[in-house]
Write a new protein. Structure first.
Length: 390
């Protein structure tokens, strides 16, 4: 994670623009003095820089929830703030130079909003969940130029590595997304996708709620797959294979193909390792044979005017509200010049979203972006609106 270890934090007059980076306001954690968020925008993206002071070190870094797609934009913003405030940098892992040439050219990296607003539908789509080193994704893309490959990963170094390869190999049919694939599927149009690859997912034996394969994931896959489309799980974990098989077969109607130790066109880094150890490799391939209804999600993310006092809002810190199919947890509360900002996790239990909500002048809004339009989030939003009004 890029960061500047600084001697001492200094505030600046806001809003201010330095080297094309604009700093808007500062939100101070209301419960502890060691944390501040600096609202920043650069190249059309809004995000926070995070200041952490643990008593030993003062670090200026990026806020994980809102970090921009390009790591270069984080570097740029950190350096711009340090320059504006005249910060003394003790140590840093932020390169002073320009963009890495490959990352600069990479426009394959998209934000979730891109898919939410204009899901590409002009080509057949294949999705790879958790592409890791990207060997399989890149191989498939190079060999199938007429298919659009969407690679989803949550591990930043893997994403950067694959973006470089996309540029080097001049691939124009790969889009990359840094997001939880389970949430992503909820906004994919119905009957569009030819294949969904889930190769060597983390088995999460101790935290099963984090597994990619689940009843909901299979249901969503069936909805987004076109007739004849396939969901392809490949795993070396006997436990994960058994769990997945049970989860698939519990559906009243389903078509499955099972293979053991079948070679495929390209072997990933993980696969090479397991083969060396002579482990068995299992494929569970689900073939979708039904057309699904169009995706319909109703509702919006607007709030009523907020009549609650600041005291009431500050007291929400650490509270959890549960309802039938989800929850809201108030993780942190910040004070801004004009009001309060809350960091909440909300939505379904197994796939919550983490978000910021600003409340100023009796108006509440998500900042910097709206939640993903999923059924669970829309329901949680309704409940949040109720909480804000006591
Ligand atoms: C064990 S690795 C396998 C990587 C690659 N498929 C291979 O075969 O080498 C699993 C990958 O899935 C990613 N991952 C785990 N949960 C995910 C999720 N919910 N959405 C997207 N990627 C996820 C992890 O970051 C990790 O890179």
């Amino acid at each position: 994670m890029p960061h500047l270890h600084i001697e001492k934090f200094e505030t600046i007059e806001l809003p201010t623009t330095v080297d094309d980076v604009t700093f808007h306001f500062i939100a101070n954690n209301a419960a502890r003095e060691d944390e501040k968020l600096i609202a920043t925008s650069y190249e059309g993206e809004d995000f926070f820089l995070l200041l952490k002071d643990d008593g030993k070190r003062v670090l200026l870094k990026t806020d994980k929830l809102t970090r921009p797609a390009s790591i270069y934009n984080v570097h740029k913003a950190l350096l711009a703030y340090a320059k504006a405030a005249g910060l003394k940098v003790v140590a840093s892992n932020v390169p002073e130079g320009g963009k890495n040439v490959h990352l600069k050219e990479a426009n394959a990296l998209k934000k979730i909003e891109y898919f939410a607003h204009e899901f590409p539908t002009d080509k057949e789509v294949h999705i790879e969940v958790g592409f890791g080193s990207g060997r399989h994704l890149l191989h498939q893309a190079a060999n199938n130029p007429d298919i659009l490959f969407i690679g989803i990963e949550i591990h930043r170094p893997s994403i950067e590595q694959v973006l470089k390869q996309v540029v080097i190999q001049k691939l124009d049919n790969v889009l990359v997304l840094d997001y939880d694939a389970r949430l992503f599927l909820e906004l994919v149009p119905s009957n569009l996708v030819g294949k969904i690859y889930v190769h060597f997912p983390v088995p999460w034996d101790k935290k099963p709620h984090r597994r990619v394969i689940s009843t909901t994931f299979i249901k969503e896959s069936r909805r987004v797959l076109k007739v004849g489309g396939t969901l392809e799980l490949r795993t070396d974990s006997e436990k994960y294979y058994a769990y997945s098989y049970e989860t698939f077969i519990a559906f009243p109607k389903i078509t499955l193909n099972i293979n053991k130790n079948k070679d495929i066109a390209v072997s990933s880094k993980y696969e090479d390792r397991w083969k060396k150890q002579e482990k068995n490799i299992y494929d569970v391939i689900m073939i979708n044979d039904e057309e699904s209804e169009e995706l319909k999600i109703e509702g919006d993310f607007s709030f009523d005017s907020i009549t609650s006092t600041q005291e009431y809002l500050l007291a929400l810190h650490n509270k959890t509200i549960r309802f039938e199919d989800g929850f809201i947890h108030f993780e942190r509360i910040y004070k801004t010049d004009k009001g309060v900002m809350l960091r909440v996790s909300m939505g379904s239990f197994d796939r919550p979203e983490h978000l910021y909500v600003m409340i100023e002048d009796e108006k509440a809004s998500y900042y910097p972006e709206l939640p993903l339009r999923s059924k669970a989030n829309l329901h949680a939003h309704k409940e949040l609106n109720k909480v804000f009004n006591g």
